[in-house]
Design a protein around this ligand. Structure first.
Ligand SMILES: [Zn+2]
Length: 326
């Protein structure tokens, strides 16, 4: 199976405990958001139920496959009741867990109950679970996953063993970012959390989509429209040091797409095809070359700390001029 990232020592410690059959019946997996606590809880459920003789979990035996597919009747994942105004793990859910635990196990060595996030456990639900958490039926493994261990009720905490996850090291993070094709610049802001890096990258993708959209609308418009675009965009891009040339990048992508269209290849921004078609007929080939030079100059000006607003305005005025050559 694909290895999990980070917290290697902690994971091998638990693997050894599992192999020696000396597991505490209720773990609290605690640590920062997005460092893989839930993923590991699922992996651990596989590991202690895997039918392979060694290298557990194998990922291919019946037990592993059922757990991977989320269809194993003995692996119970409980998340907050989303129907509620304030989502909590409710008393009704707690009663279901208790009832399920006293039924015969289907086929697993261990019945695994994962509560995620466990800090969503309401007080009433916690009280229903307490006795079971203290003394569950043999072969039951509870895993409470939380980024806010202090919010767990004391009565729950005192019945569990804490397993503390840490952030990933920067070496692990940069390897992971590279593998996922994510910007290595995310490493600082993500603070050792792959989950946070993904959220940030999605935010970045949303900004890109928004800027691209505004750019396409502004191009070809009179000067005052260019002014308001460059003003709005440079405000939006403030604060992100590496975002200053986002508009330049996008313009480069659009020009590359216009070249692709001119030479009969599929553009990346296929949803802009009508505009790209016009660009390729008007700009190809010499206009595109001239604009690429202008983008290079604009990038240089940004590097020299010329205000992005002014750089973008000047560049877009050039684009408009080229587009008028038709
Ligand atoms: Zn297996």
């Amino acid at each position: 199976m694909e290895p999990l990232l980070g917290n290697d020592q902690l994971r091998s410690r638990l693997s050894r405990a599992a192999a020696d059959r000396r597991l505490h019946h209720c773990f609290v997996f605690e640590g920062p958001e997005g460092v893989g606590k839930f993923s590991y809880a699922m992996r651990f459920a596989m590991e202690i139920n895997c039918l392979a003789a060694h290298d557990r979990p194998c990922g291919v035996c019946e037990q592993c496959r059922w757990i991977l597919a989320g269809t194993h009747p003995d692996v119970i994942v409980v998340t907050p009741d989303a129907e509620r105004a304030t989502p909590i793990i409710s008393a009704a859910q707690a009663r279901e867990i208790v009832n399920a635990l006293y039924l015969q196990r289907h086929s697993a060595r261990y019945r695994v109950v994962i509560l995620s996030p466990a800090d969503a456990l309401g007080e009433e639900a916690a009280n229903i679970l307490l006795k079971t958490l203290e003394e569950p039926p043999i072969g039951t493994q509870f895993i409470l996953v939380t980024a806010r261990p202090a919010s767990l009720l004391q009565t729950v905490r005192s019945r569990s063993q804490r397993v503390r996850f840490g952030p990933l090291s920067s070496v692990e993070m940069s390897a992971w970012l590279a593998k996922k094709g994510l910007d290595s610049g995310l490493i600082v802001a993500a603070g050792g959390s792959p989950g946070r890096a993904i959220a940030l990258a999605e935010g970045e993708a949303a900004v890109r989509a928004e800027v691209l959209d505004a750019l396409c609308r502004a191009i070809g418009q009179p000067l005052h429209a260019l002014f308001s675009f460059s003003e709005a965009t440079s405000k939006k891009l403030e604060g992100g040091s590496e975002r200053g040339d986002l508009v330049l990048q996008m313009l480069e992508e659009l020009l590359a797409d216009a070249v692709a269209v001119a030479s009969g290849r599929a553009p990346v921004h296929v949803d802009r095809l009508p505009m790209l078609g016009r660009w390729s007929s008007v700009l190809w080939p010499s206009g595109i070359g001239r604009l690429q030079v202008e983008i290079g100059l604009a990038r240089e000006r940004l590097r020299l700390n010329v205000a992005p607003r002014i750089v973008i305005e000047a560049l877009l005025a050039h684009v408009n001029l080229e587009l008028q050559h038709a």
